[in-house]
Design a protein around this ligand. Structure first.
Ligand code: FES
Ligand code: FE2
Length: 389
C-alpha cells in the first residue's frame, strides 16, 4: 500500500508498522524457560485459589510453580499467610497434598516432627537437647506475601512483589459492581495445553484469529467476527462512529445477553451492573502472569495459568455465580460452560498448533500485524520483566 493511500483515523489503536515478535527460542529453550520462571513467575502475584476453598482456620492450599512449592494457610485469626513449603530443619516439604487442614497442634514436619504455628513460628524442634545456642526464634518458616482480594487468594514467591493494583491492567475497582467476593464456584474445568505459557497470553491478547478459529464466538460478538478487539482497532473507525451496530461498537449481537450457547443468561443477573456494563456483554481484568477474569452479566470466568514446562501449560477455569443461581434447581448453567469449553478448546488447539511450528530452524522470530498491538504490549512487558535486576 502506498503511503498516500494509508488512512488512519484519530484514536486508531493498531500498530502502524510491522514489529518483530519475541525470539522463537523464548518459547521452547529450557534455559530461557528457567529465566522466565525466575524473572516473571517468582516475582509477581500468583493466584492461589478462591477463599472459599480454604475457609476454615488451619486449612491450606499448596501451589507448585517450576521448582518452587508454596502453601497458603488460614490462621486461627482468619488471616491468610503463605510460606515456602519447606521445613527449616533439613528442608523437607511440609505439605504432601494440594489441599488439606493442619491439626490443632499446628504444622508438623513428617520427617523429624519439627512443629510450627500457623504464623510460621517454630514451636518445637525434635531433639531432646538442642545444641547450645539453638533458639527456635531463629528458625521460622520462610514467609511470603499473601492477601485476599474479593474472595481470591494471591501469594508471591518474592518478598517484594509489585503493588497488586499495578499488576492489573485496569483499576481493581472496575469490577466492584460484580461483587466478586460474594460469588461462588459453580463449575471447574482444567486442561493441559502443549504450548509455552506466553503463547496462551498472546492468543488471549488478539482477535485476529477470531473469525477463523472461533466461528460461534465470531457470531456472538460481531466485532470479534471482524477480527477486532475494540472499535478503534479499525483504521477507518470514524466511518461508523455514529452507528450503534455491534459489529462497529462492540458488545454482543442483538438479542444476546451473555456468553452462552444461545446468548441467554443462565444465572441470576448481577444486580449492581450499570446499563453500560450489561450492554457490553463481557468485561476483562488481567493479572499477569497467572490469571484473568472475564465478567459477564450472570457469571464470571476465572482463567488461571500455570507453567508446567517450556512447552506445557495448565489452564484451569472456575465459573463464579451468585449463590441464588446455584441454589435454584430451575437454573441450568450448562449452556455457559458448554460455550466456554468450546471457545477455550479452540484456543487451546490453536495454541498447540502455534507451538509446533516455532521450532523451524530458520524461524528466528515472527512479525506482528497492526491488530496485534496488545500482543506487542504483552511482549514488551515480558522484555521488561526479563531485563529488570
Ligand atoms: S526436615 Fe523437617 S523436621 Fe527434619
Ligand atoms: Fe481465541
Amino acid at each position: 500500500m502506498s503511503a498516500s493511500s494509508v488512512r488512519r483515523d484519530p484514536g486508531y489503536l493498531g500498530l502502524t508498522a510491522p514489529v518483530e515478535t519475541l525470539p522463537a527460542a523464548y518459547y521452547f529453550d529450557p534455559a530461557h524457560y528457567q529465566r522466565e520462571l525466575s524473572q516473571v513467575w517468582y516475582r509477581n502475584w500468583i493466584y492461589i485459589c478462591r477463599s472459599s476453598e480454604m475457609a476454615e482456620p488451619r486449612s491450606f492450599r499448596t501451589l507448585e510453580i517450576g521448582d518452587q512449592s508454596l502453601f497458603a494457610v488460614r490462621g486461627e485469626d482468619g488471616t491468610v499467610r503463605a510460606f515456602h513449603n519447606t521445613c527449616r530443619h533439613r528442608g523437607a516439604a511440609l505439605c504432601r497434598t494440594a489441599a488439606g487442614r493442619f491439626p490443632a497442634a499446628g504444622i508438623v514436619c513428617s520427617y523429624h516432627a519439627w512443629r510450627y504455628n500457623l504464623r510460621g513460628q517454630l514451636l518445637q524442634a525434635s531433639s531432646r537437647q538442642p545444641g547450645d545456642g539453638f533458639d527456635v526464634r531463629d528458625y521460622p518458616l520462610y514467609g511470603l506475601p499473601a492477601f485476599e482480594w474479593n474472595g481470591f487468594v494471591f501469594a508471591s514467591l518474592t518478598p517484594d512483589p509489585p503493588p497488586f493494583a499495578a499488576s492489573l491492567d485496569l483499576p481493581p475497582e472496575r469490577l466492584d459492581n460484580w461483587e466478586l467476593g460474594k460469588l461462588v464456584v459453580g463449575h471447574r474445568m482444567s486442561k493441559t495445553i502443549q504450548c509455552n505459557w506466553k503463547v496462551f497470553w498472546e492468543n488471549y491478547n488478539e482477535c485476529l484469529h477470531c473469525p477463523g478459529v472461533h466461528p460461534r464466538l465470531a457470531q456472538l460478538v460481531p466485532l470479534f467476527g471482524r477480527a477486532l478487539l475494540e472499535q478503534r482497532d479499525d483504521p477507518s473507525w470514524q466511518d461508523h462512529a455514529q452507528d450503534d451496530d455491534p459489529q462497529y461498537v462492540g458488545g454482543l449481537r442483538r438479542g444476546a445477553q451473555s456468553w452462552t450457547m444461545d446468548g441467554r443468561p443462565v444465572g441470576a443477573l448481577f444486580p449492581k451492573l450499570t446499563a453500560e456494563e450489561r450492554q457490553a456483554g463481557h468485561f476483562y481484568l488481567t493479572c499477569l502472569p497467572s490469571v484473568f477474569l472475564a465478567a459477564h452479566i450472570d457469571y464470571v470466568r476465572v482463567v488461571r495459568l500455570r507453567p508446567l514446562g517450556p512447552e506445557l501449560t495448565e489452564m484451569s477455569i472456575e465459573f463464579l455465580f451468585l449463590p441464588e443461581t446455584l441454589a435454584d434447581p430451575a437454573r441450568d448453567i450448562r449452556s455457559a460452560i458448554e460455550f466456554t469449553d468450546a471457545v477455550m478448546s479452540e484456543d487451546a488447539a490453536i495454541c498447540e498448533l502455534n507451538q509446533r511450528g516455532l521450532h523451524a530452524l530458520p524461524h528466528a522470530a515472527g512479525v506482528l500485524m497492526p491488530e496485534e498491538y496488545v500482543v506487542r504490549q504483552f511482549q514488551d512487558w515480558v522484555r521488561a520483566q526479563l531485563s529488570r535486576t
